[in-house]
Design a protein around this ligand. Sequence first.
Ligand code: G
Ligand code: G
Ligand code: MN
Ligand code: NA
Length: 248
Amino acid sequence: VAEQLALRRALETGMNEDEIVAHFQPLTNAVTLEVTSLEVLARWRRDGRLRPPGEWLPFAEESGLIVEIGRQIFRAARAGMEDFDLPVAVNVAARQLDEPDFVTHVEQSWGTDAWDRLTIEVTESALLYDATHVRASLNALAARGVRIALDDFGTGYNSLSRLGELPLHVLKIDRTFVHGVGTPEGAAVLRAIIALAEAHGLEVVAEGVENAEELTALVEMGVVTVQGHMLGRPRASLPVRGRREASA
Ligand code: G
Ligand code: G
Ligand code: MN
Ligand code: NA
């Protein structure tokens, strides 16, 4: 408990002193390797090092601090979208979606003039809260042109039966499945997930692509968009070649 209190104080101070920063990881076309968008990943820069999200994001979510952190991240996402001239994807925790004013928060921090440059990444855990409210919020954003991605697909609770409950545009295949591509069973599972996405009219993103073998197999399976350390790690800024003007 004392530890949690210390963490809360430190995190609150960090939020006020701009220690929560956004890093950006490229999503690339699997064939051309052109960067097509960026995923925004929150980092806590504290005492000269980056504290990995696992050390504080769960606490931020439990304590509700994630709501204010989320607003900061949306502002940083907007700035990154402008700087890099690329669409961005922002992770949103179930706790954020559960907020009555979530859509208003997004309008205030992202703005209302670039909806088509924003994707929101949600996990199936969002449906563990008030599913009716979460659906309504996501529908409202989708109606404005925001794309909704289902993150970590395959690791959640009841993937298949509840897929139809959310307004989805993108399915992000969890890296555990990508890493299984080398075995016949793993490849079959991946193909099944891709077929499922296609049947629902969803775009597929393969996450956690770490080597050429994985990339080649995914291209053969028809995956268009890939993300992972092989294509680029999350960083505070992008190498110039990652920018659109550089490839134009
Ligand atoms: O960022 P990795 O770099 O370690 O991210 C770890 C986890 O934290 C992932 O599940 C990711 O979705 C989540 N995460 C990263 N950034 C954010 C954020 O800005 N908001 C929320 N809610 N979750 C985030
Ligand atoms: O849950 P979500 O998919 O938002 O989390 C993204 C997490 O995956 C971040 O922690 C990010 O740093 C991490 N990540 C991104 N690319 C790779 C990769 O190629 N391999 C591994 N192991 N992790 C990755
Ligand atoms: Mn994500
Ligand atoms: Na993921």
